[in-house]
Design a binder for this molecule. Structure first.
Ligand code: DGY
Length: 334
């Protein structure tokens, strides 16, 4: 009998074919979002799962599915997974770093530009047929990116890819804050200067968030932080919902504490804070930072390669390329 695995969301035919070479695969071609009960029911008795950020993999699920050995997430972020609970039960967790870095940095830049130059607002205006009603000097004037100060909160791979674009392509002064400072050679390579968080908030014309979500980064940007930003500043969140206090942000956007926001991720997504939906000065996108055709395929293929290797098959058997808790492979108890 071949190992039984589950792919929770619809994926590419090439990925399904690759998984089917090794496993009894149950997939989800209609891409229906399963309820928690449905997910548990389908996962029981299986040894591996190719999951996405939509599914919560926690102690309750692991206890209900004791045969599970590998959770291979399609995504670099894995805050949907209780990694400690997996590790203590000997369940391997993998993610999909690197393959999405440049695509996500492109998107962060695009969202920041759309926000600064009011592209969402002006596009809706054209569609409403209101173009004839306006003047010239104040017609959707926004902020420049070229030559401005870019602040980056979180300086992992995606943060560095954004910094390079900003410093080399847009002549921006790039400042950043991160838990740990980059080595000097890497700072010079990406063209970024380390500052404390308060300086970052005060000096950024455009602030972009690229830090991972954890209980420590929950509401890293709330009313107190927004109050330290400049009234012409923009905020772009391509990291995770929950890093920003969305209610406080809505209030700051309404009061003119900051000029505008670009949001790809939300607290409680796919629900969006109702006030954000009604404000003109916010650009909203549905968590699509890594969504280029090439990158989404690469992510799914990497997750499949991880699953195959994690369950002891394929040419990398026992050596999944991007393990989050590799200590499980060494059989170590935490
Ligand atoms: C990621 O890779 O973490 C993206 O946000 C998709 O979930």
């Amino acid at each position: 009998m071949r190992p039984a695995v589950l792919a929770t969301r619809a994926t590419f035919p090439d990925v399904t074919a690759r998984l089917s070479q090794h496993f009894e695969l149950e997939d989800n071609p209609t891409d229906e979002i399963w309820s928690r009960e449905e997910l548990l029911r389908r996962l029981r008795g299986r040894v591996g799962v190719m999951s996405t950020g939509t599914e919560r993999i926690d102690a309750e699920l692991l206890d209900a599915c004791p045969s599970l050995k590998a959770v291979c997430n399609v995504g670099v972020g894995y805050n949907n997974i209780d990694v400690a609970a997996c590790t203590s039960r000997g369940v391997l967790v993998t993610n999909t770093p690197d393959v999405l870095t440049e695509t996500t940095a492109d998107f962060g830049f695009a969202l920041m530009m759309a926000t600064a130059r009011r592209i969402g607002e002006s596009e809706r205006f054209v569609r409403r047929g209101e173009w004839r009603k306006t003047g010239i000097h104040d017609h959707f004037v926004g902020g420049d990116l070229f030559g401005a100060t870019l602040g980056i909160l979180g300086m992992g791979r995606i943060g560095r890819a954004i910094a390079r674009r900003a410093a080399r392509g847009f002549d921006m002064q790039v400042i950043y804050h991160n838990r740990s400072r980059l080595p000097a050679n890497l700072e010079a390579e990406v063209g970024a200067r380390y500052v404390d968080k308060s300086t970052l908030l005060h000096e950024s014309d455009h602030l972009v968030l690229v830090l991972p979500y954890s209980k420590d980064s929950h509401h890293s940007i709330g009313a107190a932080e927004l109050a330290q930003m400049q009234p012409h500043a923009t905020l772009t969140n391509i990291a995770r919902g929950g890093i920003v206090d969305d209610a406080a942000l809505a209030q700051a956007l309404r009061n003119g504490t900051i000029a505008a926001a670009g949001l790809d991720v939300f607290e409680g997504e796919p629900d969006v804070h109702p006030e954000l939906l009604s404000l003109p000065n916010v650009v909203l996108t549905p968590h699509i930072g890594s969504a280029s055709r090439k990158t989404r395929l690469a992510m799914a293929m990497l997750a499949a390669d991880n699953l195959i290797a994690a369950l002891g098959a394929g040419e990398r058997a026992g050596k999944p390329p991007t393990a989050v808790n590799p200590e499980v492979l060494r059989g170590a108890k935490p």
